[in-house]
Structure formats: structure tokens, C-alpha cells
Design a protein around this ligand. Structure first.
Ligand SMILES: [Zn+2]
Length: 262
């Protein structure tokens, strides 16, 4: 395939009940390839229920990778945005494939934890502690995966420390402070990106839950992976996704954590 020019908006396709609606554009076959890849990797129940649109574009490798994003404040309609350079289906390199597989599972983690059954939309801008943890999509319902995750791993003082950093207006300063925060508490996180906020933390921990073997409970990072084993429905989703992957990574969590002697 000839690489698409950087800045290309390839197209937008409607999805109905997890099936792609062709729109007679010359890129239809490309959209079919991407949607087939999605549905052959990820369990279709949630895709059927929430994903209503597929958008393909590219800003070149890295930068904006794409993801699963809510189309409105109801958390009921989601769009899958994919950068064709980062999700290059023609690149068979095993590290590259594992990398985008991780990203797709991470994105599915957002759909799993931020959909309308999990988050209560609100007009609040600042968190009212009596209502739980406030995401940009609304309050995490107390019995939701994210509600329980924050309860267990983001105690009030820790959340406050992070929130102060998150309020920093200057982006460079925020990034520096956030890195220092991650550095101090790195054993609590599966990756550096997980320290971005609780929403990213749960999505990253979910990706490791799916891709890694069950870890020994030595560290809080491992505790976050073990968290998901208490939910039978998530264990079953994990098995479904793993059965769709040709080659499962070996010692995935440990390899990621090598420098920290996990
Ligand atoms: Zn994310």
C-alpha cells in the first residue's frame, strides 16, 4: 500500500450493530480491513451496543494515534478514530503488531469503563466528593469498575496530590510535575502513561490484565492487574481477546517493568 499523505482525512463510516455501512467511497475496502481487524480482536457485544462510527485519518507515525471517543455527553455513542500510520495493518513486524494490539485493547478499556452504564453524566466542573470520582465524562458510579478502582488505588490524599498537578495551566510544567509524580510512585503504575489520570490508569492496567499472565502480588502495579480477576465477566472478555491473538507475548508485565525489578 502507498502510505497516505500526512494530514489526510480518509473518511468516516457509520457502524450499525457492529457492522460497517459502506459509503461508496474508494476507501471502502480500507475501512472494511480496519473494521474486520477490530471485530476479529475485540468482543463484539460492547462494539454493537456503543460504537456508531469509524473514522480513518493520518497525522503520520506517533502524535495522535486515535482511539475510542464519545460522540456526545450521553456516553452512549462512540467513534473509533484510527491513524492508519500507527495502525498500519500491512506492517507484520511482531513488535509493531503487539504495540497496536496493546493500544486497541487499551482503547477498548475506555469503552468498558466510561460507557453509559459506568459513568453518570453531570454538569459539575469541580468534583463533589460525596458523588465519587469525577471524570471529564461525568461521575464514576460507585459500583462501576472505575469507581471501585479509584476507591482501592487512588486514596483521597493521593488523588489530591495528582489533582494539583493536573490543574497546572502551563502544559510543559504540568508534564514535568506529572513525571516527578510518576517517578516517586512508579511501583504503583504499570506504565508511565498510566499516571496521566485514573481513566488512563485503569485502561493501561486492563491492557496488561488481558496481555500478561496472572502476576504474583508483589507490587501495587501487579495489584492493579489482579483487580480485574474479581469480575468473572472481565475474565471471560480476557479469554475471548486472548483467543483472538495469534502470538501472546511472554512475561509481558515483567518485560515492561524490567528496569524496576518487578
Ligand atoms: Zn487512553
Amino acid at each position: 500500500m502507498v502510505p497516505l499523505e500526512v494530514g489526510t482525512e480518509v473518511g468516516n463510516w457509520q457502524i450499525t450493530n457492529a457492522s460497517l455501512q459502506l459509503n461508496d467511497s474508494y476507501q471502502d475496502s480500507l475501512a472494511v480491513s480496519y473494521w474486520d481487524k477490530m471485530t476479529s480482536l475485540l468482543p463484539t457485544d460492547l462494539l454493537e451496543k456503543y460504537v456508531t462510527s469509524l473514522r480513518l485519518y493520518t497525522d503520520g507515525p506517533q502524535e495522535d494515534l486515535g482511539g475510542l471517543n464519545q460522540l456526545d455527553a450521553s456516553n452512549k455513542y462512540w467513534q473509533l478514530d484510527l491513524d492508519t500510520a500507527d495502525f498500519n495493518l500491512y506492517n507484520q513486524d511482531s513488535v509493531f503488531v503487539l504495540d497496536y494490539t496493546h493500544t486497541l485493547i487499551h482503547e477498548f478499556g475506555h469503552l468498558l469503563t466510561l460507557n453509559a452504564t459506568q459513568i453518570e453524566p453531570t454538569k459539575d466542573i469541580r468534583q463533589d466528593d460525596t458523588k465519587g470520582y469525577l471524570t471529564s465524562e461525568g461521575y464514576a458510579i460507585q459500583s462501576s469498575y472505575l469507581g471501585k478502582f479509584v476507591d482501592q488505588f487512588w486514596p483521597a490524599d493521593f488523588l489530591l496530590e495528582w489533582d494539583k498537578i493536573d490543574q497546572t495551566k502551563n502544559e510543559d510544567r504540568r508534564a514535568k510535575k506529572l513525571f516527578a509524580f510518576y517517578d516517586e510512585y512508579s511501583s504503583r503504575f504499570v506504565t508511565e502513561y498510566a499516571a496521566e489520570n485514573p481513566e488512563e490508569d485503569i485502561a493501561e492496567s486492563w491492557a496488561f490484565f488481558v496481555l500478561a499472565e496472572k502476576p504474583a502480588p508483589h507490587h501495587d502495579g501487579a495489584q492493579k492487574v489482579l483487580f480485574f480477576y474479581q469480575f468473572d465477566e472481565l475474565v471471560s472478555l480476557r479469554e475471548q481477546i486472548r483467543s483472538n491473538i495469534d502470538t501472546l507475548p511472554v512475561s509481558y508485565l515483567e518485560v515492561y517493568k524490567t528496569e524496576k525489578a518487578f
